[in-house]
Ligand binder design. Structure first.
Ligand code: HEM
Length: 477
């Protein structure tokens, strides 16, 4: 086995792994090297700390390393084996992934640009009208952007009951995968208990029924060609329309994800329930992650005003003041593209990604890796690898540009992305093209429209936010 920190009998390393485990793992990397193992009360966990190891195993041996650990409550009960993010590597996963790829691959993802541009304009107006709720606006905007792209709904309001319902579903999932949340994860035989004696199982199955009804209800609207649900009333005001017009495109995409899914349901071999859950999965996986990454961007701008000013100078030179930025400006805004990469590298919102599981035993560099081991890619440590990023804790978009500042340079180890925040191999994030585009237009629009400055205290002194102050309530940090 790869080297392992000494632990206790039976419990192994359980008591040594703290809440923000990636920080401890980064320290262990300096002691144990590119790959180490942990014994979590009998469960083998293998932590991958360098790009080389992650690439060798997760990318090159993806036939063995593409499975997910068994999450009984989250995957089998709450989502009835329908959630692409958690389901085992196999035929159903392949069909779901193919269906998602058809609309979210880099060649076709541009069809969602009109929605993303409109949402970005809307975000700017919300920020200007009510700056104190900036975090809520980011969450609303990213949620609305995915829901519009998936279901074709119009801009959702901050307190929309549908968004609240979906967030409740995501938060149930997030808490169900926390260590110790359900005993059945430690004692799988408990899954066989009849529902009438096992309250946790009865409740889980109840939520699954309700969530399935909700997601099926969403796609019923589409298949019956009902474009918007009665709960969702578009509420554009004149200035938003002006801004949206200025983006140079309309506000709806050629077809939504669900329309394509329903059209091709037979081709992908998906049932109605699986189709409905796939659409819901895209929201769950895409809204919170993108919002959290945009929150990191705001933190970076507050701490690095010179980066903000440099970005604004680029936007002013390319876009000017007569119109707002649009996607056609992307090739001429290399510094903004570099800020997107640096935001994702600097503070990855999933520092350990989504765990994998080996589906067969393996040998690597003389180490034995058992079948069924949990594999954790230490994305946090890789994005801060001092051999690739010497000043890794600084937010410095210039690292992704040549000395002229116009041509992008990306370390090849990083999947040519500049970071590994979207994961690896066959299970790499299914929505990363969408997320990159959304972050580009949001950042360009925000920096075109406003300055992001430090708050001041009652004495007029600037408050410097803590760069390490993070919220890790759910699966996303
Ligand atoms: C900045 C935003 C995002 C980040 C940082 C992010 C990150 C990730 C990561 C780390 C994984 C696990 C990859 C692995 O196992 O190696 C993942 C999976 C996934 N992501 Fe994202 N994601 C983002 C946005 C999105 C968006 C916008 C969507 C959809 C529109 C999406 C859909 C998915 C799906 C469906 C999976 C599961 C893939 C599978 O298991 O095959 N993500 N994401």
């Amino acid at each position: 086995m790869p080297p392992c920190p000494p632990g206790l009998p039976l419990l192994g390393n359980v008591l040594q792994v703290p809440n923000r485990s990636w920080l401890q793992f980064e320290q262990w990397k300096t002691m144990y090297g590119p790959i180490f193992s942990l014994n979590m009360a009998g469960q083998s966990v293998i932590v991958l700390n360098t790009h080389k190891v992650a690439e060798d195993l997760l990318d090159r041996r993806s036939n063995i390393y593409s499975d997910r650990p068994r999450f009984i409550m989250a995957c089998e009960i709450l989502t009835g084996n329908c959630l692409m993010t958690f389901i085992p590597y196999g035929d159903l996963w392949r069909r779901l992934r193919r269906a998602a790829h058809a609309d979210f691959n880099f060649r076709v993802v541009d069809k969602f640009q009109p929605i993303q541009a409109k949402e970005a304009a809307s975000l700017v107006l919300d920020m200007l009208n009510d700056p104190d709720s900036w975090m809520e606006h980011l969450k609303r905007s990213t949620a609305s952007c995915v829901l519009s792209s998936v279901y074709g709904w119009q801009r959702l309001g901050k307190d929309d009951p549908v968004v609240a319902k979906i967030h409740a579903h995501i938060s149930r999932l997030g808490s169900s995968v926390l260590p110790g949340a359900y005993l059945v994860e430690l004692f799988p035989f408990m899954k066989k208990f009849p529902s009438w004696i096992a309250k946790w199982k009865r409740e889980g199955e109840g939520w699954h029924r309700k969530d399935t009804e909700m997601f099926e209800g969403f796609i019923n609207g589409v298949s019956e060609k009902i474009v918007s649900s009665p709960l969702l009333v578009p509420r554009y005001d004149m200035s938003l329309i002006e801004l949206t017009k200025a983006t140079g495109r309309g506000g709806s995409s050629s077809s939504t994800f669900v329309e394509s899914l329903i059209e091709n349901q037979a081709k992908y071999g998906l049932t109605k329930k699986q189709t409905a859950w796939l659409a819901g999965t895209m929201f769950g996986a895409g809204a919170e992650t993108t919002a959290a990454s945009m929150i990191v961007f705001i933190l970076a701008m507050t701490l690095y005003p010179s980066v903000m000013r440099k970005a604004q100078a680029e936007i002013d030179a390319v876009v000017g003041r007569d119109r707002v930025p649009n996607f056609r400006d992307e090739p001429s805004l290399p510094y903004i593209r570099a800020i997107v990469k640096e935001t994702l590298r600097w503070r990855p919102v999933g520092p350990l990604g989504v765990p994998r599981r080996t589906s067969a035993e393996d040998w690597y560099e003389g180490y034995y890796i058992p079948k069924g081991a949990m594999i954790l890619p230490n994305i946090w440590a890789m994005n801060r690898d001092p051999t690739i990023f010497p000043d890794f804790d600084e937010f410095r978009p210039e690292r992704f540009l040549d000395p002229s500042g116009t041509i992008g340079v990306t370390p090849p180890e990083t999947h040519s992305m500049g970071h590994v925040t979207y994961g690896f191999g066959r299970r790499i994030c299914a929505g990363y093209n969408f997320a990159n585009k959304e972050m580009f237009i949001d950042i360009a629009m925000l920096l075109w429209a406003l300055n992001i400055e430090k708050a001041v205290d009652i004495h007029g002194e600037e408050i410097i936010p803590d760069r390490n102050d993070i919220n890790e309530a759910g699966a996303v940090v």
